[in-house]
Write a protein that binds this ligand. Sequence first.
Ligand code: ADP
Ligand code: MG
Length: 233
Amino acid sequence: MDSVISLKNVNKIYGTQVKTQVLTDVCLEVERESFNSIIGASGSGKSTLLNIIGTLDRPTSGEVVINGVRTASLNKDELAALRNQTIGFVFQFHYLLPEFTALENVLMPARIKDGRVSAEVRERAEHLMSLMGIEKVKNNMAAKMSGGQQQRTSIARALINSPQIILADEPTGNLDSESTEAVYDIMRDINETLKTTFLIITHDRKITQKADRIVEIKDGRINLDIPASQAED
Ligand code: ADP
Ligand code: MG
């Protein structure tokens, strides 16, 4: 398998006095260009796992390799650069900057990466926003858009630097079912056209049913790992 994410025996223990083991010996290979969902009960360790994959958090032990790079040897600045260039994040709450337009929000990671925004990048942002169906509201203040529009903006923002990987933590958890379906279709479309690898934590059946693979986390371990076509209702 051509893995874009590789975890070997990842353990995560929180606390020094009272120790809580949240992840236990997690091994996971995620194939490049695949579309994957992570499911599991609340508190099972899904967000912890995604944050470790996203290098927002370090494991207590074990190895995390992202796009061929062993993250343990990287310092803070190198990790930030890896994140900015390789990974796009989509969270349940979008964290858009409310005082900026939708377009400026989408451009922000490119501004951070290059220090400036070229005409080419601006064109790419507008193209992504039209893929998301939000080109008409690109000059609206982020705070003045609907929840669905804001979430689509945050997906365009996650894609602006052409990351290999999108990590999404309950990206539709805050949306009505119509917007959920639209956002899902867009993500699947991006996966197919731009070849972006997706790892999506979700409770939503619409997403899990059409994913290539479902990984279930239970009490900090991988409990089930199956092609989505084998999932039972
Ligand atoms: P999920 O996303 O599946 O709901 P989380 O990964 O958020 O689960 O949390 C898993 C467990 O780890 C929970 O019991 C939670 O209370 C605990 N936990 C998460 N973050 C921390 C932290 N920073 N310090 C201590 N415990 C934490
Ligand atoms: Mg969570």
